[in-house]
Design a protein around this ligand. Structure first.
Ligand code: PEP
Ligand code: CO
Length: 453
């Protein structure tokens, strides 16, 4: 986590008046009084992150916009209360730390590390209802709204779940701060992060070799009398989609030093592919808060509409303020991305180009599981790097759905998971995630691409 600024209190949001704009993907809360009580409670809760941390992250993302750093975001598609355990959080953190070590070491670039964590509890859905065996119920909208179990009571939106999500996020962030600041993320632990099922895999063995090199370099430095503080801690930021306007607005506060609004539910917030309408409430919300923000860019986006969005979200042209998270699909990125990059770059607005190789590559396996192929994921990242190389622009980061466990949700990778193995350990509450071995393998492949960018 970034160093905490001296007192910058975050006061209430009374001075923010939110205009009544069209908002897609909002739950229909059945009980307005219950909702109002929850929102009042949320408004009175302490911030989960500080304004100063968000500003530091913006600066670091600004370095990524210039090519002096690389962004790695990783975590669940949908966090769940059930998986908000120490083991699960530590495993996810370990995955991102291992990946970032691979990227840093191979490419000699600082890696800005973010988790889809401590707030990724709301999901946009393609259909508002789900039908099973002739029974129609509201779709699962994330643990902060309803329960994934398919029965009327579970699927009924319950605003009290937003409070639970806030507290779960606070607990997760507390643990993450302890892990990243309290010795666990010390570079001398670089071997220890590899000590379980991944160790036996090809990527795990490659990693072990790299960790041995790092250990040697550290011992050498220590023998020379150098023991830098930077090696003992890492900064790790919390990111999630700003989807629920109820939740995000209730957690938006005015920074006492600058008088500017920050969404204190997470360091980095992004607007999803389904809610980025220029005249919609989500874009207005993102343009209002001072946190670093992102916007997803899908395969049907036009260069003109993306440039307009960029000007709305980053009118002051602050490097690091805005990341464009491209998610087009392996088969489309080479076609669809160049015109968008050219248009935005020609405007001079400094965005961070981030590749999300997950959301354009989902398909249904013969077993009926929603899955992604490791080759498509790699293929999209390759296409993304190719486009930037051809245009002389900067591929600034990747955004991955992953977990720290040995799940079987995406096919392929050197572990060779086939469609008929998907059922073995398919645990995601929403989209399929890379398991730790696949994530580490991806990091080695991206490290190669970074060296050649
Ligand atoms: C997501 O990131 O989980 C998501 C829903 O992505 P997108 O908005 O790009 O579809
Ligand atoms: Co997803």
């Amino acid at each position: 986590m970034a160093e905490v600024d001296p007192p910058r209190t975050l006061v209430g949001m009374s001075s923010i008046i939110w205009p009544d704009l069209p908002a897609r993907q909002q739950p229909v809360w059945p009980d307005q009084d219950a909702l109002d009580l929850v929102l009042a409670d949320l408004r009175s809760q302490p911030p989960l992150v500080f304004a100063g941390e968000c500003d530091t992250l913006t600066e670091q993302l600004g370095e990524a916009a210039l090519g002096n750093a690389f962004v790695l975001t990783g975590g669940d598609c949908a966090e769940t209360f059930a998986a908000n355990t120490a083991d699960s959080i530590r495993a996810r953190l370990k995955t991102v730390l291992q990946m970032s070590i691979v990227l840093t070491y191979a490419a000699s670039l600082p890696v800005v590390k973010m988790g889809r964590v401590a707030g990724q509890y709301f999901k946009p859905r393609s259909k508002p209802t789900e039908v099973r065996d002739g029974i129609e119920l509201p779709s699962y909208l994330g643990d902060a709204v309803n329960d994934i179990a398919f029965d009327p009571q579970s699927r009924r939106p319950d605003p009290a779940r937003m409070l639970r999500a806030y507290h779960a996020s606070g607990a997760a962030l507390n643990l993450i701060r302890a892990f990243t600041q309290g010795g666990y993320a010390d570079l001398r632990q670089v071997h220890a992060w590899n000590q379980d099922f991944v160790r036996e895999s090809t990527a795990g063995q490659l990693y072990d070799r790299l960790a041995t090199d790092i250990d040697r370099a550290l011992s050498f430095m220590q023998a020379c009398g150098a023991d830098p503080e930077e090696f003992k801690r890492v900064e790790f930021y919390a990111a999630h989609e700003a989807l629920s306007l109820d939740y995000e607005r209730a957690l938006t506060r005015i920074d006492s030093r600058t008088g500017l609004p920050y969404d204190v539910s997470g360091h980095f917030l992004w607007v999803g592919e389904r809610t980025r309408q220029l005249d919609g409430a989500h874009m207005h919300f993102a343009s209002t808060i001072r946190n670093p923000i992102g916007m997803k860019v899908g395969p049907t986006a036009s260069p003109e509409e993306i440039l307009e969005a960029v000007e709305v979200l980053n009118p002051d042209r602050v490097p690091g303020r805005l990341s464009l998270i491209v998610r087009m699909g392996a088969g489309k990125v080479r076609e669809a991305l160049p015109a968008i990059v050219q248009k935005v770059e020609a405007s001079g607005n400094p965005v961070v180009w981030v590749c999300d190789p997950m959301h354009g590559n989902t398909f249904e396996a013969s077993s009926g599981h929603k899955t992604r192929s490791f080759d498509d994921v790699i293929g999209e990242v390759e296409g993304f790097f190719e486009v930037h190389r051809a245009l002389g622009t900067i591929p600034g980061g990747i955004h991955i759905e992953l977990t720290g466990d040995d799940v079987t949700e995406c096919v392929g990778g050197s572990g060779g998971l086939a469609e008929d193995g998907l059922g073995e350990r398919y645990e995601t509450a929403c989209d399929p995630r890379l398991n730790r071995e696949q994530s580490l393998e991806l990091a080695f492949l991206v490290a190669d691409m970074l060296l050649k960018r």
